[in-house]
Structures are given as structure tokens and as C-alpha cells.
Ligand binder design. Structure first.
Ligand SMILES: O=C(CO)[C@@H](O)[C@H](O)COP(=O)(O)O
Ligand SMILES: [Fe+2]
Length: 219
């Protein structure tokens, strides 16, 4: 059975119809990726805890919450308590990432560490045993619809080598510009988890787009 996870990002959905958009990919997607932005860590504002709490009641899809917020130590566990399956926060915003990971697991979610475009992965490899997921941005965090940056796949290759050598149980997720023409390269580099916003919710048939992405990732 394939290990591939496809996580459509509702950042590219119609914010007045979030429940409908989630429903459109139930049955085809594995997780729903929820981008939380706070106008501080990134120059954009999206959705926060109340929307996550309401949406949690509207879909059966597990939530993959990607916190692009300045103070994850303060807020991250609340997303776990709201029922998120994964809560991923940015390494650049955390003074003690391992402490936050422990709090998240205690609060009932899985813990994810994200690294933005300009952050090298090497400094975080030793922390990975404390995490369930490593999110490697393939754009600069902040906005959907940006062009994929292929050079960033070197970080995926480095992380994959480390994870395999250490037999770590960790998903490697790519986020940003993942689409029909880029997903195979992400999979070849070693990603097993794929966020796609525009490629799914910008498509006429989001469920078909998810199925196509999965087939391309699986080669
Ligand atoms: O975290 C982010 C943006 O910062 C992403 O999750 C975007 O939502 C990806 O959108 P596309 O690049 O797939 O349109
Ligand atoms: Fe994201």
C-alpha cells in the first residue's frame, strides 16, 4: 500500500464555503491542510482557532494545521485541543521547538516542524526524533499560488537521507507550488506528504485533481 499523503490546502478554497470545499475532497484526500497566518510571522492573515473549531465539526478529514504565527509556544496546543491531527509550527518562530513538540503530543496531536525557504535543514536534523512530521517549504511562506522553487528539494533529499539512516518515523511534507508538473520531483527527492492548494481548489474537479496528484506522486 502506498505511503503517500495528499493534503489539499483550503487557503486556495472559497473562504465563504470552507465546509463545502472540505466536502469536495473527502474520500479522495488524506488530510485537509489548514494555513494559519497572523500578519506577524508572515505578511498575511488567514484563519484562526474559531474557524478551525467550527470546521472541525463540518468534515471527517484529519486537519493538518500549518501555523505561520509568531508565537507558537503560546498558541500551538490550542489547535491540538481543537482536534487537529497534526500541528506544525515554524522553527524560525520557536526558541524551544522540542518543548512545543512535547506539549503538542501531550495535548493529543502529532507534532510538526516547518522550515521556511531561507532556513537550512541541517540545524534541525537532530531534533527530528521529537517530531512526527517535517514540513519543508518549497516557496516562501505567506501566500498560495506562488511558483515552486526546485532548488529547495535539496533540503528534502538531506532530510530523507537522515530519516532513513536513523530509521525515524517521520513524514516529510512539501508545501508550496506542488502541482501536476512538480509533484513527481518532490516524491523522487523523498517527500511522502504533499500539500496542494491551487492545484486542487483551483481545479474544476478538486477530487479528480487529488487523484491525479496521487497517481503522479506514486509514479
Ligand atoms: O503554507 C502555504 C503558503 O504559505 C501553503 O500551504 C499554500 O496554501 C500552498 O498553496 P499552493 O502553492 O499550493 O497554491
Ligand atoms: Fe501551508
Amino acid at each position: 500500500m502506498s505511503n503517500t499523503v495528499i493534503a489539499p490546502s483550503i487557503l486556495a478554497a472559497d473562504f465563504a464555503r470552507l465546509a463545502e470545499s472540505a466536502g469536495a475532497v473527502e474520500g479522495s484526500a488524506d488530510w485537509l491542510h489548514v494555513d494559519v497566518m497572523d500578519y506577524h510571522f508572515v505578511p498575511n492573515l488567514t484563519i484562526g482557532l474559531p474557524v478551525v473549531q467550527s470546521l472541525r465539526k463540518a468534515t471527517t478529514l484529519p486537519f493538518d494545521c500549518h501555523l505561520m504565527i509568531a508565537d507558537p509556544a503560546r498558541w500551538a496546543t490550542q489547535y491540538a485541543e481543537a482536534g487537529a491531527y497534526n500541528v506544525t509550527f515554524h522553527a524560525e518562530a520557536a526558541t524551544d521547538p522540542v518543548a512545543i513538540a512535547k506539549d503538542l503530543r501531550k495535548a493529543g496531536s502529532r507534532a510538526g516542524l516547518a522550515i521556511d525557504r531561507d532556513t537550512p535543514v541541517e540545524g534541525y536534523l537532530e531534533l527530528l526524533p521529537h517530531f512526527d512530521l517535517l514540513l519543508i517549504m518549497t516557496i516562501k511562506a505567506g501566500f498560495g499560488g506562488q511558483a515552486f522553487i526546485p532548488e529547495l528539494l535539496d533540503k528534502v533529499r538531506t532530510a530523507r537521507r537522515h530519516v532513513d539512516a536513523g530509521h525515524l518515523e517521520l513524514r516529510i511534507e512539501v508545501d508550496g507550488g506542488v502541482a501536476d508538473d512538480t509533484i513527481a520531483a518532490c516524491a523522487e527527492a523523498g517527500a511522502d506528504t504533499f500539500v496542494a492548494g491551487t492545484a486542487v481548489f483551483g481545479a474544476e474537479d478538486p477530487a479528480a485533481a487529488v487523484r491525479r496528484l496521487r497517481a503522479l506522486a506514486n509514479g
